[in-house]
Design a binder for this molecule. Structure first.
Ligand code: PMP
Length: 360
């Protein structure tokens, strides 16, 4: 049979998400989900939506969601774009905003591994910029980039899977240095200790910030993400989206998103519990000889000088705990561990203690 798909599709190596086991009782510390359920208020609004008008298409502009989020960040609804998880928002950005004939985009060599996947899918030329020796993002190559050659720069802040954040003043330094390059800051993990750049959109027309409800708002299951930027950039994204799917997120997701932003107390309480457990887990594993990179996220990135990371992940799996190991150099010796409930962090510490004391 002749193959009728294109060479581009044949070459694609899609993003591989963290394992979602279908069987067995695992403690899941491998895909940076929240260990807590969504806000009860958000759930109540979703239940109401479930019994509402599901036979009808949702609000095509997602206006109530954009209004709620705009109010939360003290910006305008026209400065908010809504998509099916920030993955979809990022896909629209790569597809619609990054493609410039003869130019390329820049991103760190170690960052969210979906960026090279989108770049290949949408045929966006890209160059990867190595991290600094301490695994932080080295700003200099981005500050020196030539806007005749570079159309856009994208990075996660805090970065993933390292967990290290740039400060807001470093981001502003980049924006000042590069007024003619589109700067996209992926803030999937920003709520766990970094500073959001959303307020900077008023001053910098070349800034887009993306966020998600999947992490700090415990709503990975309903797939809601955002982009924030000046109205003209958001309008461009809406055109891309409407050329693909004329409706944004469904009615249930719209209700859940509004509820999540209305329940600030629950948001603060759950993210603080994650930050506290992160402190506990970081200290406990350091006492066992692990090096832990400074984390501003809901995960830690750690390595042991004597124990091999792939083997560690395997041994933990055998004890019913899933963590994430990336084979990519130079991070092949690290494990990325999502912060679970305090109880599950303690179970992880006990399991690691046994593994480390036996030398695996
Ligand atoms: N950006 C980064 C850095 C991430 O780690 C993730 C989660 N895998 C996303 C974006 C996408 O998150 P979601 O599609 O669930 O909003």
């Amino acid at each position: 049979m002749s193959q009728f798909w294109s060479d581009i599709v044949k070459e694609l190596q899609p993003y591989v998400p963290g394992e979602q086991p279908k069987e067995g009782q695992f403690i899941k510390l491998n895909s940076n989900e929240s260990p807590f359920p969504p806000s009860p208020h958000a759930v109540a609004l979703m239940e109401k939506a479930l019994h509402g008008s599901l036979a009808l298409y949702p609000d095509a502009e997602a206006t109530p969601v954009r209004e709620a989020v705009a109010q939360y960040y003290a910006i305008e609804p026209q400065q908010v774009f809504v998509g099916n998880g920030s993955d979809e928002v990022l896909a629209h950005i790569f597809h619609g905003l990054f493609c410039h004939q003869g130019k390329h985009i820049l991103f760190p060599s170690i960052t969210y591994s979906f960026y090279p996947v989108y770049a290949k899918l949408y045929q966006v030329a890209y160059r990867e910029v190595p991290l600094a020796v301490d695994y932080s993002i080295d700003l200099n190559p981005y500050l020196q980039a030539n806007s005749e050659e570079v159309s856009a720069i994208i990075f996660a802040n805090p970065n993933a899977p390292t967990g290290i954040a740039l400060s807001l003043s470093q981001i502003e330094q980049l924006l000042n240095a590069q007024p003619n390059i589109l700067i996209v800051v992926d803030e999937a993990y920003v709520d766990f200790g970094a500073e959001t750049a959303v307020a900077l959109i008023a001053k910098y027309p070349n800034l887009l910030v993306t966020q998600t409800l999947s992490k700090s708002r415990s709503l990975a299951g309903i797939r809601v993400g955002f982009a924030f930027g000046q109205a003209s950039l958001i309008e461009a994204l809406i055109r891309v989206k409407n050329s693909f799917n004329s409706y944004p997120i469904d009615r249930i997701a719209q209700a859940g998103a509004i509820g999540a932003f209305e329940d600030e107390a629950y948001f603060n309480q759950t993210r603080q519990m994650i930050i506290d457990s992160r402190t506990y887990l970081s200290q406990a594993v350091q006492q066992m000889g692990f090096e832990v990179l400074p984390s501003s996220t809901n995960f830690i990135f750690m390595r042991h000088s004597q124990l091999e990371a792939a083997q560690l992940a395997f041994s933990l799996r055998e004890k019913g705990i899933l963590v994430r190991h990336f084979k990519q150099k130079p991070i092949e010796q690290f494990l990325r561990v999502t912060i679970g409930t305090q109880k599950n962090c303690e179970k992880l510490v006990n399991a690691l203690c046994e593994i480390v004391s036996k030398g695996m």
